[in-house]
Design a protein around this ligand. Structure first.
Ligand SMILES: Nc1ncnc2c1ncn2[C@@H]1O[C@H](COP(=O)(O)OP(=O)(O)OP(=O)(O)O)[C@@H](O)[C@H]1O
Ligand SMILES: [Mg+2]
Length: 360
């Protein structure tokens, strides 16, 4: 790396959004969506061969859309056929997404793109399989000059300086990742991944509304957006109305009960995961974990969730104190960046011969 400036980056490639946090001050995200123009007309309309994130969503009628991490694809799914068209396409889209994020970091750097090397720490789900890890290696190959992988909840814990006596619950779109921290690198026994996360809430909300309001027209994307602005499992508060078209005319619909029910649907698996990881822990230290449950990820913004989990913990475990990170959407990437910066140079060098190193 002689002569070149090193940029450290932390990357959280999420099912819903992909976030980058860099030590040159760049911090940004893209919705994890990649669109390719469907034909010559759409290419002319858009003026480019590839479109990312919200811009892709906006022009989705003209684009072939890919969500590389949708439904656990690449990140968590166990039965990946590495030769399938679907898998290859997902890898291609994920690589394009990562490349775009790195461009944001490099373009803004005063040293200039030709004079920098990029080394990064990438988050993977707590219980990613060997196949998933292989997919992550493939995504980063040739895009980063050096790369290391860590479990997403561990990155969150590291970023918060919570290396011991803490319990992380990262509520994303595709997965909820739970991890207990006890002063060493967490192992598989310290982590649980559940599949009922933000996308599951959207699905349930969509189904409940479809059943109740058969005349109304709406899409999954519409109800997701609405959820993000109004999510709550609190019993108090005003009724919540969504405006949906019925035969083309916008009409207000009461969705208070449906939204609450959908948001609550992820709670049982989360609390069962907390219970399992605490119950199987050294009894002398269980209290420390109960006292420091930290919620992160976009789903942690559901109003009333903190209290709901606390109430459960009191009922099942006798005690519980839950807090939420200040920046739920950036916590993973921020922590990955801190790890990246803290890792000594020799270690990166060592990695060049190690398995988790991606060589150019
Ligand atoms: N205010 C909000 N209330 C409830 N849910 C929200 C809110 N804001 C975002 N979300 C949900 O959070 C999820 C996205 O969170 P996050 O960005 O942490 O996930 P991700 O990292 O992309 O997913 P994963 O970690 O599963 O790969 C989405 O399901 C989104 O709808
Ligand atoms: Mg995430």
């Amino acid at each position: 790396m002689v002569g070149k400036r090193v940029i450290n980056v932390g990357i959280d490639l999420g099912t819903s959004r992909s976030v980058i946090s860099c030590d040159n001050g760049v911090r940004t995200y893209l919705a994890s969506i990649v669109g390719y123009p469907k034909d010559a007309v759409s290419r002319k309309l858009l003026g480019k061969d590839i479109v990312f994130g919200d811009e892709a969503l906006k022009h989705r009628m003209s684009l072939e859309m890919h969500r590389p991490f949708d439904k656990g694809m690449l990140k968590i799914s166990q039965d990946l056929d590495e030769n399938s068209h679907e898998y290859r396409k997902a890898i291609e889209a994920a690589r394009a997404l990562l490349k775009r994020l790195i461009e944001f970091a490099v373009e803004a750097d005063p040293a200039g793109a030709a004079n920098v090397l990029v080394r990064g720490v990438l988050g993977t789900p707590a219980l990613a399989s060997r196949k998933n890890k292989k997919a992550m290696l493939e995504i980063a190959r040739g895009i980063l000059d050096d790369v290391m992988y860590v479990s997403e909840p561990f990155a969150v814990a590291y970023g918060l300086g919570l290396l011991t006596n803490a319990f992380i619950v990262d509520i994303g779109a595709g997965t909820v990742d739970l991890c207990r921290m006890h002063g060493t690198m967490p192992t598989d026994e310290d982590q649980i991944t559940t599949m009922k996360a933000g996308d599951y809430v959207d699905q349930i909300f969509y189904e409940l509304l479809s059943k109740k309001y058969t005349e109304a027209n709406f899409t999954l994307n519409m109800v997701k957006k609405f959820k993000e602005e109004n999510s709550s499992i609190s019993d108090r508060g005003d009724s919540i109305f969504i405006e949906l078209p019925v035969k083309g005319k916008p009409i207000k619909h009461d969705v208070t009960a449906e939204l609450r029910m959908a948001c609550k649907a992820i709670v049982p698996d989360i609390v069962e995961g907390i219970r399992k990881l605490i119950a199987s822990y050294d009894p002398e230290f269980q209290m420390h974990l109960k006292d420091n449950v930290i919620l992160a990820g976009g789903g942690s913004q559901i109003v009333g969730l903190k209290k709901e989990i606390e109430d459960f913990m009191i009922e099942k475990l006798g005690y519980g104190r839950v807090t939420r990170v200040e920046e739920p959407l950036y916590a993973g990437a921020n922590g990955a960046l801190m790890l990246c910066k803290d890792m000594p140079d020799e270690y990166w060098h060592e990695l060049k011969t190690g398995q988790s190193k991606v060589k150019n």
